[in-house]
Design a protein around this ligand. Structure first.
Ligand code: SPD
Length: 380
């Protein structure tokens, strides 16, 4: 064997070793792998829009010297496309639990190294048990916030158009075409989120929101199609400002977003009075889960950030700012009474009993949902 052959052989062996997937079994083990950029004082976070207090990131940067790049999205589908494509470029992402469950099965996350998360003990064991239904053993995800899908509405405009008996406590407000038609003039919007809207329509029709029956799902899609002519737009973040400014009057949206709109209207003193209802037929309860993608380059920084977000005062400040419930039992004492005692943010047991959790969709039903949603959005 001459020197050139030896060199080529050595290079081939090296290339083989580098091409292997990381043998690391936990998030922190991956941090030490060559090429993991573990020493860099940076962190790339991809979270939902309108979802963090102003001081949370600067305080973390000051405490740790880690520079955070913080990008936002407003759709689980957008995040999922990046995760499934592989190289996200992010160290922390925040899918909702039903999406996380599917993504865990696809193997896109690193298991959490809980030895680096001393604040993990602060999480509410009851909520963690619910989450474990989709993240067995709570191996991959840390709950960031949780909330419901419900109806945000402009109290005075809805009264003016539908009268004192407007069914603001029912999905009929938006899914009964007679009501939706009356709301068209003041602006009716829905989340651009197939699972959130179709599960609400299923519930309104008395069906199981987790049904595996394609025909039942299609019936719910037909219902949304009937009210479609009265819908101003499908969008999952624009409605916050539009509700606050009085540009739209009813939005099927997420609890905290509607309360943020209400806070903005109050600050602007513009006379817009907003309310949020969890419909009596039942509504979805969801969790947004922080997880570390397999391609994360700054795993130890990600763990430090997760641990920071489990500090009771830090996460309470976030809840106070964004009006969403957190899953940190030790934080409750620091949550403003106006948020903590709001039954639409922290629902009492009687309301909790009416909430449902979405399960992981099998691929064939995922296609049914997506086809139905495309038809709804394009009107064909
Ligand atoms: N503005 C932040 C909204 C976060 C909503 N995430 C919930 C998704 C439920 N499917």
């Amino acid at each position: 064997m001459n020197a050139k052959t030896v060199l080529l052989l050595a290079l081939a062996l090296l290339a083989g070793a580098c091409g292997k997937p990381p043998a690391a079994d936990t998030a922190s083990a991956a941090a030490g792998k060559p090429g993991a950029d573990a020493g860099a004082k940076t962190l790339n976070v991809y979270n939902w829009s309108d979802y963090i207090a102003e001081n949370t990131i600067p305080d973390f940067e000051k405490q740790t010297g880690i520079k955070v790049t913080y990008d936002v999205f407003d759709s689980n589908e957008v995040l999922e496309a990046k995760l499934m494509a592989g190289a996200t470029g992010y160290d922390i992402v925040v899918p909702s639990l039903n999406f996380l469950g599917r993504q865990i099965k696809a193997g896109v996350f690193l298991p959490l190294d809980k030895s680096k998360l001393p604040n993990y003990k602060n999480l509410d064991p009851k909520l963690m048990a619910i989450i474990a239904q989709l993240d067995p053993g709570n191996q991959y995800g840390i709950p960031y916030m949780w909330g419901t899908v419900g109806i945000g509405y402009n109290v005075n405009k809805v009264k003016a158009l539908l009268g004192d008996k407007a069914p603001v406590d029912s999905w009929a407000l938006v899914f009964d075409p007679a009501n939706a038609a009356k709301l068209k003039s003041c602006g009716l919007t829905m989340l651009d989120s197939p699972t959130d809207i179709l599960s609400a329509a299923l519930k309104y029709q008395g069906a199981d929101p987790n049904t595996r029956d394609a025909a039942t799902i299609q019936k719910a899609a037909d219902l949304v199609m009937k009210v479609r002519p009265y819908i101003t737009y499908f969008h999952s973040s624009q409605y916050i400002n539009d509700l606050a400014n009085g540009d739209v009057c009813v939005s099927v949206g997420w609890s905290g977003d509607v309360f943020q709109a209400r806070n903005r209207a109050r600050e602007a003193k513009n006379g817009v009075e907003l309310a949020y209802s969890i419909p009596k037929e039942g509504a979805q309860m969801w969790f947004d889960m922080m997880a570390i993608p397999k391609d994360a380059k700054h795993v130890d920084n990600a763990l430090a950030f997760l641990n920071y977000l489990m500090e009771p005062k830090v996460i309470a400040d976030d809840s106070n700012f964004i009006a969403y419930a957190n899953a940190n039992a030790a934080a409750t004492q620091y949550v403003d009474p106006a948020v903590r005692d709001n039954p639409a943010i922290y629902p009492p047991p009687a309301v909790m009993d009416k909430l449902f959790l979405l399960q992981v969709l099998p691929p064939d039903l995922d296609r049914v949902y997506n086809r139905a949603w495309t038809a709804i959005k394009t009107g064909r």
